[in-house]
Design a protein around this ligand. Structure first.
Ligand SMILES: Cc1ncc(COP(=O)(O)O)c(C=O)c1O
Length: 419
């Protein structure tokens, strides 16, 4: 049996008539860029994420890039990001002319570690003025420790741009309110943006907030393999801040407002109508697909939890995990061996990500060395993502687990933890 890491054709089969009709409607309308389809999708994502503004852009990478541009982050500025993430998170920081500062991760959640974040400011006091934003990444579909991160950002008056590319629909329970942007220092002028919700802890009962709705900006990717995937590239910026939303609107069309008049230089980053129409069909199914992923994950948990040398994903109690990836840790240096072994069994697994960003060649001038961010380095050696998607069949999943079982046993009496 061949088990794919993801099979998008199965999803298409379940919604084919709706998708085909949406594509036909757009083609017949003759309107392909922005327009009513994009507006409708923006409104639906805004309502789904319970945010004031949702702005469709060309990709998740551009969503991050335009958020940083809207915050006027550029040369001379620094942005803190986790080292263990997809490259885009760091690439956009470099591409606006700023410098990434890499933070280590919490080994349980694989997400930015607030304790290390705090240490960065105490060990390197100049960061207090140099850092203009923090980008927590909600890796694999579970949100980062937002209460702690927001509190640190508030203390230093730093913007938070949530990289929610892998986490649409994930929730986080907190008594704090979304940050909006009150008093946020933006750009070189240090001007505050418009008043919105405040980031203070309140006496409110805990409420669930969607990924992307807690920071100054939330950024989504609709890359086809994402939980809400287009049939091409697409992305979205969400925010509760009117002024920042207006800047992103202008920046995505070359900085033009009114048309052909430019107060700033933007980029061409528009969501196209075909993708928006497809995504409008898919969005109402998202919660059911998430529930199906969670069932697959729960089954893996049950079947894998006692296996030697494997750690199943940690689920933080105050948040949901939407399992964009089901990522185990393979201990004792045997991850690559298991990856190869599964491949021999015709089971696709993936290594997200084999090299932490602080050790990437393109950032060597920043001077990071092996051992600087030990948890990010260890995760890059141990993380292995197994097939997870709503249409994964039970027998396929059992086949995956059966393949892992003898491999785990090979570790001997003390299993994989022998070393
Ligand atoms: C964590 C993370 N950030 C950013 C991106 C960039 O999104 P896109 O591929 O849509 O540009 C992705 C997805 O690929 C991602 O996984």
């Amino acid at each position: 049996m061949h088990v794919p890491i993801l099979d998008l054709t199965r999803q298409y089969e379940t919604i084919k008539p709706e998708i085909d009709a949406a594509i036909q409607r757009v083609v017949e309308s003759g309107r392909f860029i922005l327009g009513p389809e994009v507006k409708e999708f923006e409104e639906e994502v805004g309502a789904y994420c319970r945010v004031k503004h949702a702005i469709g852009v060309a990709s998740g990478t551009d969503a991050l890039l335009l958020s940083l541009r809207a915050l006027e982050i550029g040369p001379g500025d620094k942005v803190i990001i986790p080292s263990f993430t997809f490259f885009a998170t760091a690439g956009v920081v470099h591409n606006v002319g700023a410098t990434p500062v890499f933070c280590d991760i919490n080994p349980r959640t694989f997400n930015l570690d607030p304790a290390h974040l705090k240490q960065l400011f105490t060990h390197y006091p100049s960061l207090v003025t140099e850092v203009k934003a923090i980008i927590p990444v909600h890796l694999y579909g579970q949100m980062a420790d937002m209460d702690e991160i927001m509190a640190i950002a508030k203390e230093y008056n730093i913007a938070v741009v949530e990289d929610a590319a892998q986490a649409i629909g994930a929730e986080y329970r907190t008594t704090s309110e979304p940050v909006g942007s009150s008093q946020l220092r933006v750009g070189r002028t240090g001007a505050s943006t418009s008043e919105s919700a405040s980031p203070q802890a309140t006496d409110h009962k805990p409420q669930a907030y969607k990924a992307g709705s807690l920071g100054n900006f939330g950024c989504f990717s609709f890359f086809p393999t994402k939980n809400l995937g287009a049939y091409g590239d697409g992305g979205m910026v969400v925010t509760n801040d009117d002024e920042l939303a207006e800047r992103v609107h202008i920046l995505r069309v070359h900085g033009s407002k009114p048309k052909y008049y430019h107060r700033m230089v933007g980029v061409n980053s528009r969501l196209d109508a075909l993708q928006a129409a497809i995504l409008c069909v898919k969005l109402p199914h998202l919660d059911a697909w998430t529930a199906a992923r969670q069932r697959v994950a729960a089954r893996y948990d049950e079947l894998l939890q006692d296996m030697q040398g494997i750690e199943i994903p940690y689920r933080a109690p105050d948040r949901t995990h939407i399992f964009h990836q089901y990522t185990i840790r393979v201990l004792n240096g045997r991850r690559d061996e298991l990856y190869d072994y599964l491949k021999e069994q015709r089971i696709s697994s993936f290594i997200y990500y084999p090299r932490p960003l602080h050790l990437q060649e393109c950032f060597k001038e920043l001077g990071y060395r092996d051992g600087d961010l030990p948890q990010s380095e260890l995760a890059s050696q141990e993380a292995l993502s197994l097939p997870v998607f709503p249409e994964l069949r039970e027998e396929e999943q059992e086949y995956v687990v059966k393949a892992i079982t003898p491999f785990a046993k090979e570790g001997g009496d003390s299993g994989w933890r022998k070393s």
